[in-house]
Design a protein around this ligand. Structure first.
Ligand SMILES: Nc1ncnc2c1ncn2[C@@H]1O[C@H](COP(=O)(O)OP(=O)(O)O)[C@@H](O)[C@H]1O
Ligand SMILES: [Mg+2]
Length: 265
């Protein structure tokens, strides 16, 4: 009898996962062996200074680089069984980068629908999905525009929609709002919180901004450099939905000051 293995498509688990670049003598240990479970449906923030291995950890989870040793499980499935990326595990993952990376010659809806086109979804279905996603991320009415007609914040909204096009349970984001001005960034943090609350995705977001981390996080995974490692995991429990006024809360200030001290060392 085949006993169903109960897993959650949205879970992420690292087991002694390590990444080195280059030779063992002259190389960089970007991530020391790390064992961590990332909560399904949670908002997990990877925080640390430049060069501490945040992008490496996210790219490991995304399957964009292979670990030097250890295991990564996505939805209970080994991402790299037999040295090959597992396509089922990959199907649970969507990725958003610092630059929206939209194709300039495609309309917004064509960009959003592109992953579906590559998966063989028929045109009417993928454009219907793109329209729904434009509503979700707040760019309804801009479906037929070209990327260069949109602001930076709107392009990032489109790139979030594209990452969600094939309904992955997990959204991975590498400094997605780092190139935006401060006001747009606050707006996008509010919007990300709303989208996350509406969709129930597992979000893993990389930032080096303490304010962004404390505003968004359920859990902050604090990384430290040379060699890259997880220093501490911090719970953040303000009620949701949060708005920017949470930053005036003494507890917010306390966590931010604590993180600032840790990052200064
Ligand atoms: N492809 C690569 N080849 C060699 N070294 C790399 C590569 N990617 C990252 N590194 C090194 O690994 C360390 C961590 O980098 P990264 O994960 O990009 O940090 P962060 O995103 O926190 O700034 C750095 O020392 C960086 O130079
Ligand atoms: Mg980085």
């Amino acid at each position: 009898m085949n006993v169903a293995h109960v897993t959650d498509d949205k879970s992420i688990s690292l087991k002694a996962t390590e990444k080195r670049f280059g030779s063992s003598k002259n190389g960089v240990q970007a991530l020391t062996p790390t064992t961590i479970d990332i909560a399904a449906g949670g908002m997990t923030i990877l925080l640390g200074p430049s060069g501490c291995g945040k992008t490496t950890m996210l790219r490991l989870i995304a399957g964009l680089v292979a670990p030097t040793s250890g295991i990564i499980e996505i939805g209970g499935v080994n991402l790299w069984a037999n040295g090959r990326r597992n396509s089922e595990a990959l199907s649970h993952l969507g990725m958003v980068f610092q630059d929206a990376n939209l194709f300039p010659w495609l309309t917004i809806e064509q960009n959003i629908a592109l992953p579906l086109k590559l998966r063989g979804v028929k045109k009417s279905d993928r454009l219907a999905k793109a329209q729904d996603l434009c509503k979700l991320v707040g760019i309804a009415g801009f479906e037929r525009r070209m990327p260069n007609e949109l602001s930076g914040g709107m392009r990032q909204r489109a790139s979030i929609a594209r990452a969600l096009s094939y309904d992955p349970g997990i959204l991975l984001m590498d400094e997605p709002f780092g190139a935006l001005d401060a006001i747009t960034r606050d707006t996008m943090n509010n919007e990300l919180q709303r989208i996350w609350m509406e969709t129930g995705k597992t979000v893993v977001l990389v930032t080096h901004s303490i304010g962004e981390a404390v505003f968004l996080a359920d859990k902050i995974v604090l990384l430290s450099p040379r060699p890259g490692r997880v220093q501490e995991v911090i719970d953040v429990t303000f009620p949701r939905p949060r708005d920017q006024s949470v930053s005036l809360d003494p507890e917010f200030q306390r966590i931010a000051t604590y993180l600032r001290d840790k990052l200064d060392h």
